[in-house]
Design a protein around this ligand. Structure first.
Ligand code: PEP
Ligand code: MG
Length: 693
């Protein structure tokens, strides 16, 4: 047993096997050309590697909280930076280098230049450059699955967000690096993911690499632990992880206590199917704003009708009958779509954006409406139009929807014409809300834009923050006017801009008559509690007011859990066996990661055949890059892991056929994977299927 003092960037306790995540000391042998390739082939290899990394970063950002997503975004920007990319291409074309040598040379050069800068911010970008370069070299060397296939502690000289983005966070128990800083990007990411992270000792990392097993304990690192000490550490980690899970659950339940008990519902704002696991876990009463433009960004062409149908219906199915409001494409101005040509405009915020752009790109819009109508046949979907200013716009869309419905009927495709609502985000819409309430089925106030247009202040203007005041009296009066018009015509009014989660505004929004707040996922719990407080304070005044007869709100309220059920004790989760076969008790599973409880409560199944089923109704929230394991988020928010075989990560994907994707909605017993038991056994491995939750 050896003990080292260390600095803790994210204090915590972890014990497990070591996964060495060092960058190759020199260019990986596999990144070097085997035979001579032409410059065109080398260029293509570089572009492909950049593409893979871009997708890794995008996928990590999509599943991350806002702070972490920003970090991944910075690395993507760097990867796409033309100076960097051109320098690599130049070294290949004119310098005769192969792709890996060019990436390394260009990266080192740029890192040196940045490192020499006097500006702190620019100097810090050096680490991003080195991180991106290192990961590109991994990919060029064929190292596409950069992380551990089973839970382990990462040990590295240093780590970058780019390298971390390729790993499954669920497999990282802790991190130990030689270099590091308490405020580095990796420290922030580890903190956001709740992963203990220590740094600062070359000797500790070296010993850990040799030892193969490691205990991280705040500012202490233990390598070469004795058998008993290691087992106790695994037990302690399992207990601590369980305690943390309980605490998180308790917090969520505290916020959930108010769900359904308040008159003002709290819905979620989401960006796409990637948000489904967090959406379910949040216990949101519905989706109040699905910003569909995220499906159109970061690609070279529009998503097809099928792709859109899958995304919309996936979310609607995951919401299991709860309302899902999907906003049609809101592009232009601050949301540019690279592949969609847009006119050069002096004032893009006052130009061809939102619904106006959809009217111009009619085919694109029709495709989206067709996908939405088809999704509406499968769930409680509602369509919402952005940037409406006049009643004729709503009428035009209704006519277009009718055309799409007729087309779909002629093609024999299942569809439904769902309710059509509008965003109220122009002062014009708020002023003629009475007229619009005749045409629309619901209102949702986009306070981000409503503030911009009411105060004549670009929402992205720099240095004018003091003037951009969403709590301006003018904004509240427009909100009040809109909600009152909605009530007169029996339609509901939501607020889905940032103001909906602003603690300064929630009480006022409720007294303005707003029926629902739709907020980003991390803000749901807190918003619920504030709504409850505000309603309690306003209760006497509200009781005197005439009962609201809101057709939309009533319909939306139905699928919510009635308060009576909230008082019932929590029920135990029922999980369907993902495979047919004989059960094996947790303590007999021949892998301490599972038998010690590190991964939660487990059960093993010795499978009779290789067909693997979904253990619950819910969503596929993660698939290991090597296909041997999947996580599911059940409809009640519970995370369930299905892991096929012991140490089957070694097979590198051989023997596993996956029938679902991350974000796919599944029903209990759906077939999700076919594992070839002969391949597993042939490699000398055990095919035991483990379920953990
Ligand atoms: C708004 O404008 O308040 C809104 C919710 O839409 P977005 O921020 O996407 O423009
Ligand atoms: Mg808007």
């Amino acid at each position: 047993m050896k003990e080292f003092a260390i600095r803790a960037a994210q204090p915590g306790f972890a014990a497990g096997e070591v996964f060495v995540a060092d960058a190759a000391a020199e260019m990986p042998a596999s990144a070097r050309p085997e035979g001579k390739r032409t410059p065109e082939q080398e260029l293509a290899r570089y572009e492909q590697a950049a593409d893979v990394l871009d997708r890794e970063l995008a996928s990590a950002a999509a599943g991350a909280d806002r702070g972490s997503a920003e970090i991944y975004k910075t690395e993507r920007l760097l990867l796409k930076d033309e100076t960097y990319a051109e320098s690599v291409r130049g070294l290949i074309r004119e310098g005769g280098m192969d792709a890996a040598a060019a990436v390394e040379t260009a990266g080192q050069r740029l890192a040196r230049q940045l490192g020499d800068s006097e500006n702190d911010y620019i100097r810090q970008r050096k680490d991003d450059v080195l991180g991106v370069t290192g990961r590109l070299l991994d990919i060029l060397g064929g190292k596409t699955d950069a992380g551990p296939g089973k839970p382990a502690i990462l040990v590295a000289e240093e780590l970058s967000p780019a390298r971390l983005s390729a790993m499954d966070p669920a497999m990282i128990l802790g991190i130990l690096t030689e270099q590091g800083a308490p405020t580095s990007h990796v420290a922030i990411l580890a903190g956001n993911l709740g992963i203990p992270y220590a740094y600062g000792s070359h000797d500790a990392a070296e010993a850990a690499r040799r030892s193969g097993r490691l205990i991280l304990d705040g500012e202490k690192v233990i390598t070469d632990p004795g058998e008993e000490q290691y087992r106790e550490a695994l037990d302690r980690m399992a207990r601590e992880r369980e305690r943390k899970r309980r605490e998180q659950r308790a917090q969520k339940e505290a916020a959930a206590q108010s769900a359904g008990t308040t008159r003002t519902a709290v819905f979620a704002n989401i960006a796409g199917p990637r948000d489904i696991p967090a959406l379910i876990a949040s216990g949101a009463q519905g989706v109040g704003l699905f910003r569909s433009e995220f499906l159109f960004l970061d690609r070279d062409a529009a998503p097809t009708e099928e792709e859109q149908f899958e995304a919309y219906s996936g979310v609607a199915r995951a919401m299991a009958g709860k309302e899902t409001v999907i906003r049609t494409l809101d592009a232009g101005s601050d949301k540019k779509i690279a592949w969609l040509p847009q006119p050069a405009e002096k004032n893009p915020a006052l130009g061809c954006r939102g619904l106006r752009l959809c009217f111009r790109e009619r085919e694109l819009f029709r495709t989206q409406l067709r996908a939405l109508l088809r999704a509406a046949a499968l769930g409680n979907v509602k369509i919402m139009l952005p940037m409406v200013a006049s009643a004729w716009e709503v009428e035009s869309v209704r006519a277009l929807m009718a055309e799409c419905a007729a087309e779909l009927a002629a093609e024999g495709k299942a569809h439904a014409v769902p309710p059509l609502g509008i965003m109220v985000e122009t002062p014009a819409a708020a002023m003629i809300a009475d007229e619009l309430a005749e045409k629309a089925d619901f209102f949702s106030i986009g306070t981000n834009d409503l503030t911009q247009y009411t105060l004549a202040l670009d929402r992205e203007a720099q240095g004018l923050d003091d003037f951009y005041d969403p709590c301006h009296e003018a904004v509240f009066r427009l909100i009040e006017r809109t909600a009152a018009a909605g009530h007169r015509k029996n339609i509901s009014t939501s607020v889905c801009g940032e103001l909906a989660a602003d603690p300064r505004a929630i009480g006022r929004l409720i007294s303005c008559g707003v029926d629902r707040l739709s907020v980003s996922l991390p803000k749901i719990g807190e918003t619920r509690l504030r709504v409850k407080e505000a309603e309690e304070q306003q209760a006497p005044a509200k009781e005197q007011a005439p009962a609201k007869e809101i057709k939309e709100a009533a319909a939306a309220a139905e699928p919510d859990t009635p308060p009576r059920e909230l008082e019932e004790p929590p029920r135990s989760v029922s999980i369907a066996a993902p495979a047919d076969g004989k059960l094996i008790p947790m303590e007999e599973i021949p892998d301490p990661v599972f038998s010690s409880g590190t991964m939660g409560t487990c059960i093993g199944i010795m499978p009779e055949n290789g067909t693997i089923h979904a253990p619950c109704d819910g969503v596929v929230s993660g698939i290991a890059p090597t296909g041997h394991a999947m996580t599911f988020t059940a409809s009640d928010g519970k995370e369930i892991l299905v892991h096929v075989g012991i140490d089957t990560v070694q097979l590198g994907g051989r023997g596993f056929r996956i029938f679902v994707r991350e974000g796919s909605a599944v029903a209990r017993d759906d077939v999700v994977m076919e594992a070839d038991l002969d391949v597993i056994r042939g490699a000398g491995l055990s095919p035991i299927v483990i379920v953990a939750c």
